[in-house]
Every structure is written in structure tokens, then in C-alpha cells.
Design a protein around this ligand. Structure first.
Ligand code: CMP
Length: 156
């Protein structure tokens, strides 16, 4: 089953949206394998967003993400990377579709509430930046019995 790394950004934490946003992922059927609240440092954030270095929004982005604690999660589920990105909606809160997390909880084109891994290649490295292997928990199979049809070789 696929995994993805999500973190709720400082605006979501300060605006007390943590419970409501995590509930969306639980409602959808994802398993939470790991969860922690952490204050990210400059060095960590600069490395995480290295692809944006030099862009006009890079320094404000670093200030934003280091401006308060974040809540990181590892989610597990079918097609997790794409499914979670679709739940987040477009990058900018001002244009994200209603019904998506950003569409419902953000208006800003910078303070957009949530990060999720962009592709399956990025997931493992992002998980390792937040969590040690022993911090990831197994999810019991019976917790997913009515989320997927598991009568065949692979969950459908
Ligand atoms: P995300 O796509 O999760 O990761 C990069 C972040 O940079 C993005 O969310 C926004 O928070 C921010 N960002 C991206 N593009 C812009 C932009 N044009 N102006 C301001 N902030 C941006």
C-alpha cells in the first residue's frame, strides 16, 4: 500500500485547523502510521524547499514555514500520493476548488495550510526527514476491512 508524507503548515496549526484537516484524511480512509508536532529550523526548511531557491517567494516561504510548529503525518492508502494531492487542491488558496482542503481553509497564495509529497520518488526521503523507522506504526488489517475489497490478491 502506498505512503505519503503530509505536514500541516504553521498557519493551519495556529488557526487550530489540525483536527479538522486530519479528520479529512481519516474520513477518506487513510491510515495514520506516524504523527508529530515539530518546530522546523532554517536549515531543514531551506533543504526541503531547495528547488524554489532564488524564486521571489523563497525567502517569505522560509519565514512562513519556520514561523511556528508544523504537524507531520505519514499516511498510508491506495494511490496515496495522488489522492492526497487531489484532496489538497491547487497551490493557491484563492483559486483552489471548494471541497478541497486549500479551497475550504485557505485564501492566501502563500499560507496554504498543507504540504504533501509531490510524487512517489519524494516520499521516502521526506518521511526520513521527519521520522525514525521505529516511529512508524503498523495499521491492523481489520481497520481497513471495509475501506477496500480485500477478497482478491490486492486491495481494490
Ligand atoms: P507548496 O506547493 O506546498 O510548496 C511550495 C510553497 O511555496 C507553496 O506550497 C506555497 O506555500 C509557496 N508558494 C508557491 N508559489 C508561490 C508564489 N508564487 N507566491 C508565494 N508563495 C508561493
Amino acid at each position: 500500500m502506498e505512503r505519503t508524507l503530509v505536514f500541516l503548515k504553521p498557519d493551519a496549526v495556529r488557526r487550530r485547523l489540525v483536527g479538522r484537516i486530519i479528520a479529512r484524511f481519516e474520513d477518506k480512509g487513510f491510515n495514520i502510521l506516524a504523527l508529530k508536532m515539530v518546530q522546523l529550523g532554517q536549515e531543514w526548511v531551506r533543504a526541503h524547499y531547495a528547488e524554489h531557491e532564488g524564486k521571489h517567494f523563497y525567502e517569505p516561504l522560509v519565514r512562513y514555514i519556520t514561523g511556528g510548529p508544523v504537524v507531520a503525518l505519514v499516511l498510508e492508502g491506495k494511490n496515496a500520493v495522488e489522492a492526497v494531492r487531489r484532496m489538497l487542491g491547487q497551490t493557491f488558496g484563492s483559486t483552489a476548488a471548494p471541497g478541497t482542503i486549500r479551497g475550504d481553509f485557505a485564501l492566501s497564495d502563500r499560507f496554504n495550510a498543507v504540504h504533501a509529497s509531490a510524487d512517489v520518488e519524494a516520499v521516502q526521503e521526506e518521511i526520513e526527514r521527519f521520522f525514525r523507522p521505529e516511529e512508524l506504526c503498523e495499521c491492523p488489517e481489520d481497520a481497513t476491512r471495509w475501506i477496500y475489497d480485500q477478497s482478491g490478491a490486492a486491495p481494490v
